[in-house]
Design a protein around this ligand. Structure first.
Ligand SMILES: *[C@@H]1O[C@H](CO)[C@@H](O)[C@H](O)[C@H]1NC(C)=O
Ligand SMILES: *[C@@H]1O[C@H](CO)[C@@H](O)[C@H](O)[C@H]1NC(C)=O
Ligand SMILES: *[C@@H]1O[C@H](CO)[C@@H](O)[C@H](O)[C@H]1NC(C)=O
Ligand SMILES: *[C@@H]1O[C@H](CO)[C@@H](O)[C@H](O)[C@H]1NC(C)=O
Ligand SMILES: *[C@@H]1O[C@H](CO)[C@@H](O)[C@H](O)[C@H]1NC(C)=O
Ligand SMILES: *[C@@H]1O[C@H](CO)[C@@H](O)[C@H](O)[C@H]1NC(C)=O
Ligand SMILES: *[C@@H]1O[C@H](CO)[C@@H](O)[C@H](O)[C@H]1NC(C)=O
Ligand SMILES: *[C@@H]1O[C@H](CO)[C@@H](O)[C@H](O)[C@H]1NC(C)=O
Length: 578
């Protein structure tokens, strides 16, 4: 190759770049559909293929490429979630699809035909697995297959069986009758896992969700062994972990390089408190730089769990979808926005045969999906202000900044001193607080008249009738004998019930999401100078222009921007700033 024109050079480079990316796992947060929220464990081949077909027709163009069968696909419908003796297991202790529900699996074909159909839809095929070995295989003491010889696994002159590797004392906490951990330090334990994953890879599996192996059930031995096996396969398999209840960044650091996805919360269902519980955990994982860390043959992503929108079933049900999600439209937007700002894998959970337009529009929102795949520097954004209408008796104090909040404390508390009086003129005297230890821009002030006459609403202090400013800078409340102090909610980053995230996009745009977790609407605002935290190299930002996604409001500001955000709702700004 002597002479390359600029165009063909670019073509070659682009092609190489594309190939190297496509041969890697989970370079962006994986996106797809999972059967659990809508079918629990009872899904049939027909129902699965119908859903996969819709993923292919309507969602693939939006990046949804995995179609995942969730748990117990090997269990007869005669069984229950935690029953024993109803699983279809081969002579080597490996789970096979229940032929009553998966008719194409008959004759030892496993999921081969389903995987072929899914691949023919240009999708990738995923299955859920439980860590360790099934109790049923353990009780039957099935031999372990050595895939190198095709014979039972031999070591130290004897054949090894399920009872040589199963650890009944370490049953899965949430399915204690079903599965137990195995001893992965033994050659037979490793051979058993190899025999499982080689079988499933031969069916054409592209994605495994391994459950009961992270969080409270952390089993580093199993995760490491499975990761090594998958790493040795020619075709990449996305490796996803599920926890028992929750996981911490410290725990995650031990597995990120071994996997592609790891769940960081318990199962998410369609209840507002479940959404709330994801704010701190996603903040903590982003603050630990874990979003998009190096993973197995690619990247790894903290997983906030499926989206229980649209037509779904109930947790642990023994039946398929029968109801619409209980989340309001605002709550669903909040969930989708947080998931995308935190770059969680996006796995839709509803039955696609019955998806409504509103849900479809939300899960295919181009701004959110762009953020989910391609944004960077994603983090919680503490620099926000809430404007509350604070009611005082006889006064209308509107748009009082809720960045500080008065509270009562013991008078010997050092935080109680810092009060002083400030005279403007004859009629206006203000009482102000400035804690010398805190680097605060402006003192917190309240007009003396208001302080003495007003009974402040509960966000401030209940009783504010009698106040005395002492010479040591304390402000004593006559009713309680306690002293006033001021809490700097902004400094702590959490003005009550308000959260915000920030990220930057592929072409330098800045994304800011406001979340109102309160049960009342709130006006939330931010100052554009603070947006530089996503790019400290930029000089002070002078002008931002853009749009708020849900209201389509046009923003153009050299100062602050704000939105009135409904209870449980969100605002999402896409800003171009300079
Ligand atoms: C693949 O899909 C096409 C229709 O899209 C169909 O004609 C063909 O038979 C399918 N092939 C297999 C192997 O399922
Ligand atoms: C696992 O197997 C190793 C090697 O045989 C043994 O030393 C160890 O005690 C076993 N661990 C458990 C928990 O049984
Ligand atoms: C979330 O984090 C904030 C700030 O660290 C803390 O005050 C709050 O208690 C946390 N909430 C939960 C539910 O852990
Ligand atoms: C959903 O809402 C209905 C009616 O409000 C309620 O009966 C049901 O328990 C809720 N389901 C869940 C899973 O929260
Ligand atoms: C407070 O506002 C309400 C309506 O916004 C008004 O009717 C009322 O007179 C105001 N009160 C005072 C003390 O200004
Ligand atoms: C301030 O003085 C009062 C007495 O006037 C005392 O009770 C209180 O402990 C003092 N507080 C501080 C922080 O010095
Ligand atoms: C005192 O100052 C306040 C605020 O600066 C102003 O609104 C008020 O009119 C002034 N009063 C007098 C008597 O000058
Ligand atoms: C914003 O622009 C207005 C009008 O052009 C100007 O008066 C104001 O000082 C500017 N504010 C900032 C923070 O630059």
């Amino acid at each position: 190759m002597k002479c390359i024109s600029p165009i063909s050079l670019c073509f070659l480079l682009c092609l190489c770049a594309f190939q190297s990316v496509s041969s890697q796992n989970a370079i962006t947060p994986p996106r797809g559909w999972n059967s659990y929220d809508s079918f629990s464990w009872i899904i049939s081949e027909e129902e699965y293929l119908q859903n996969a077909n819709i993923v292919s027709q309507k969602l693939l163009v939006h990046g949804y490429e995995y179609a995942v069968v969730d748990f117990l696909w090997y269990r007869s419908l005669k069984g229950e979630k935690n029953s024993i003796g109803f699983d279809v297991i081969d002579e080597w202790g490996r789970m096979l699809p229940d032929p009553e529900r998966w008719s194409s699996s008959r004759g030892g074909r496993g999921f081969s035909d389903v995987a072929k159909k899914v691949h023919n839809m240009s999708l990738k095929f995923g299955i859920h697995l439980m860590a360790g070995i099934s109790t049923q295989a353990f009780n039957n003491n099935t031999p372990i297959l050595d895939t190198i010889t095709g014979q039972p696994y031999m070591e130290s002159g004897r054949v090894w069986y399920a009872k040589d590797i199963g650890l009944p004392s370490r049953a899965c906490k949430w399915m204690d009758k079903g599965f137990m951990a195995i001893n992965t330090t033994t050659g037979a334990g490793k051979a058993f896992l190899r025999s499982i994953y080689e079988l499933y890879a031969s069916w054409g599996v592209d994605f495994v969700k391994l459950d009961c192996v992270f969080g409270e059930d952390l089993d580093l031995g199993e995760i490491t062994t499975v990761s090594e096996i998958l790493n040795g396969f020619r075709n990449p398999i996305v490796f996803s972990l599920s926890p028992g209840v929750n996981a911490t960044p410290q725990m995650a650091k031990r597995v990120i390089s071994l996997v592609n996805i790891y769940r960081v919360t318990k199962d998410d269902w369609d209840k507002w408190p479940a959404i709330l519980s994801h704010f701190n955990v996603s903040r903590d994982f982003s603050a630990s730089n874990l979003i998009g860390a190096k993973g197995l043959k690619g990247s790894s992503w903290p997983d906030l769990d499926m989206l229980p929108f649209g037509w779904i079933t109930d947790p642990d049900a023994h039946e398929g979808p029968h109801r619409f999600t209980n989340l309001t439209q605002d709550e669903q937007r909040t969930q989708m926005t947080l998931w995308c700002m935190a770059k969680s894998p996006i796995m839709y959970g509803g039955d696609l045969r019955n998806i409504d337009q509103q849900t479809y529009d939300l899960i295919t929102n181009p701004t959110l999906l762009e953020i989910n795949s391609f944004s960077s520097k994603n983090q919680e954004f503490p620099h926000i202000t809430t404007l509350h209408d604070v009611k005082m008796e006889g006064y209308n104090v509107t748009k009082l900044q809720f960045t500080y909040s008065m509270a009562l404390t013991e008078c010997i508390d050092p935080k109680a001193s810092g009060w002083f009086s400030e005279k403007h003129n004859q009629s206006l005297e203000r009482i102000c607080y400035k804690n010398p230890k805190q680097d605060q821009e402006e003192p917190f002030c309240v007009n003396k008249r208001e302080l003495q006459m007003a009974s402040l609403n509960q966000r401030y202090i209940q009783s504010a009738h009698m106040w005395e400013l002492k010479s040591n800078g304390t402000l004593v409340n006559g009713d309680s004998g306690l002293c006033a102090t001021v809490e700097y909610l902004l400094a702590e980053g959490y003005p009550n019930g308000i959260r915000s995230w920030i990220a930057t996009g592929r072409t330098g745009e800045i994304y800011v999401a406001f979340f109102n977790l309160n049960s009342e609407k709130a006006t939330i605002s931010a100052n554009i100078v603070d947006l530089a935290i996503v790019d400290p190299s930029r000089r002070k930002l002078r002008l931002c222009e853009g749009t708020e996604t849900w209201s389509r409001t046009i923003i153009k500001t050299n100062d602050t921007f704000s939105a009135e955000v409904a209870s449980h709702g969100s605002a999402l700004f896409v800003l171009h700033c300079h």
